[in-house]
Design a protein. Structure first.
Length: 191
């Protein structure tokens, strides 16, 4: 084989390799995936009704009471409704306070405002919170935390024209991947 033939053969081989390489570029493909993972939220409503019903058959919501006297008892029924589609752990913070006629917060006896707490369905955490005993499913409403509140019969006359306040704050956190019971749950909102 002559030198020219060898060069021609090598050139032909390089041309074939280049052609194969160029042809294979037509068989290459690419694709992109854009995956979005969204998180779920928690949504609850604190409902405060009375034991009275309106003409439409619905419970009448609790409103502020005026001109109360020592020993008076009032219907107040706080419940929490899960308004989302995931299960939630629920707790309610209860804060009682008294303001005198001038609007200043004053100390009051521990039994100045009393409630008949439902200790069958709500667990006193000893931290000001009452914890619902089980997970609240989507659309469910808790049993009432209590159904009545009373002013102590023995209130001193120093509490005349005072305002007795029961402030309730309901909180909920997800059940999924968040403990086996309400006490193990994490992520409660900060106050």
């Amino acid at each position: 084989m002559s030198k020219k033939q060898k060069i021609l053969l090598i050139s032909l081989a390089l041309l074939i390799v280049a052609t194969i390489g160029g042809t294979s570029a037509f068989f290459v493909t690419s694709d992109r995936a854009h995956n979005v993972i969204t998180t779920d939220g928690v949504s609850i409503d604190l409902i405060e009704n009375t034991n009275r019903v309106g003409v439409d058959g619905r419970p009448i919501p609790f409103t502020n009471i005026n001109n109360a006297m020592p020993g008076d008892t009032f219907s107040k029924i706080p419940q929490v409704k899960n308004t989302d589609h995931g299960d939630v752990w629920v707790r309610i913070l209860v804060k009682n306070s008294v303001k005198n006629a001038d609007g200043a917060v004053v100390p009051a006896p521990n039994d100045a405002i009393m409630a008949n707490y439902n200790t069958h369905n709500w667990l006193n955490g000893g931290d000001g919170y009452y914890y619902y005993y089980r997970a609240l499913k989507a659309g469910e409403t808790t049993e009432p935390l209590f159904t009545e509140v009373s002013l102590s019969k023995g209130l001193a006359t120093t509490f005349a024209d005072a305002s007795f306040n029961i402030e309730l704050t309901a909180q909920g956190v997800q059940v999924a991947n968040n403990g086996n019971n309400v006490y193990e749950a994490e992520g409660w909102p900060e106050e």
